[in-house]
Design a protein around this ligand. Structure first.
Ligand code: RIB
Ligand code: CA
Length: 314
């Protein structure tokens, strides 16, 4: 079993990533940190608590992380985020409020504590802006040589961004944090739009979840149907951004990867662009693996199998 810490801006596809982590027999989910992005940090944390309660997983601790980007003093949620994920972040679907509260420790401190406790056993999966991890590395630089692996959903190398031609949403919300993590020397895998837009989930899949008849199955089906309705009809479904990252943590063999030194452009027209670091072209030890291909059918089948098992029990 792999020990996984999830850092989420929950968000509908974040919620799918969470369900996969809960349902996978190969993942020991040690805790969740919340960040800003699709929603404000506190809303995302509450969404996670409610989902854990719905899935009978209240033993998993939840921590609130940062509320804005490293170089900013506030965060304003984008209108497009409210449209794609719904005002409440979970597609306007009502989920019973959890009786459980978040932990008092900060998300950044929980990351530091977890790395020191589990060291190379730990895989950190981030599905929002990478602010919490960047700040953990800045606060406790010694953890850099301890972390097992970091998988981030973010960036775009071989395809255009989804905010503009250059940048993907998670990177665009805190380019400085992403640059810091990419250049930190950590073992980082980038699961970006290059692969997440190749895997499509359809209404036929969500219908199978609904037919489990369980509260979680029906709730997730309604949430993801909302998310699908916000995608271009030509896609005939929704992209699997955040689930692809958590699936990578346990099944890297589904992906084709390119080893590179990555950096992030932090100013000008191309701000937020994930690109090879020109100053390290001749450096023989690239530390970032960029996913550029994926066995989409296997990934979608795996996601459905794990989620159906979870929903049949909840
Ligand atoms: O660009 C896709 C990413 O932006 C996903 O993590 C989604 O949840 C949003 O945060
Ligand atoms: Ca996300």
């Amino acid at each position: 079993m792999i020990k996984v810490l999830l850092d989420l801006d929950t968000g509908i596809d974040d919620a799918m990533a969470l369900a996969y982590a809960l349902g996978s027999k190969e993942i020991d989910l040690i805790g969740i940190t919340g960040t800003f992005g699709n929603v404000y940090t506190e809303e995302g944390v509450q969404n996670v608590l409610n989902i854990l309660n719905m899935c009978n997983a209240n033993e998993i601790p939840v921590y609130a992380g940062e509320t804005h980007a490293i170089t900013k003093d506030h965060f304003t949620r984008l209108e497009v985020s409210a449209r794609i994920h719904g005002e409440n972040g979970v597609g306007q679907v009502e989920i019973e409020t959890s009786p459980k509260k978040k932990e008092t420790q900060s998300g950044v401190d929980f990351i530091i504590k977890s790395v020191k406790k589990y060291r190379e056993e730990l895989v950190i999966v981030t599905t929002g802006p990478i602010t919490n991890l960047a700040l953990a590395l800045q606060k406790a630089p010694e953890i850099k040589d301890m972390v097992g692996k970091v998988v981030i959903m973010g960036g775009a190398l071989t395809v255009p961004g989804n905010c503009n031609a250059y940048t993907e949403a998670n990177i665009s919300q805190d380019p400085e944090a992403a640059k810091y993590v990419f250049e930190s020397g950590l073992d980082v895998t980038m699961v970006g739009l290059d692969v997440t837009q190749r895997s499509i989930l359809t209404n036929a899949d969500t219908q199978r979840w609904r037919e489990t008849g369980s509260v979680a199955g029906r709730t997730y089906a309604d949430m993801v149907d909302y998310y699908i309705s916000q995608h271009d009809v030509a896609i005939k479904g929704c992209y699997l951004h955040d689930p692809s990252a958590v699936i990578h943590a346990v099944h890297p063999e589904y992906f084709v990867m390119l080893a590179m030194h990555m950096t992030v452009t932090t100013e000008g027209e191309a701000e937020g662009r994930t690109i090879g670091d020109p100053s390290k072209l001749r450096d023989p030890n690239p530390n970032v693996k960029v996913c550029i291909g994926v066995d989409s059918q296997t990934l979608v089948n795996d996601l459905n199998e794990v989620l159906l098992t979870l929903f049949k029990q909840n």
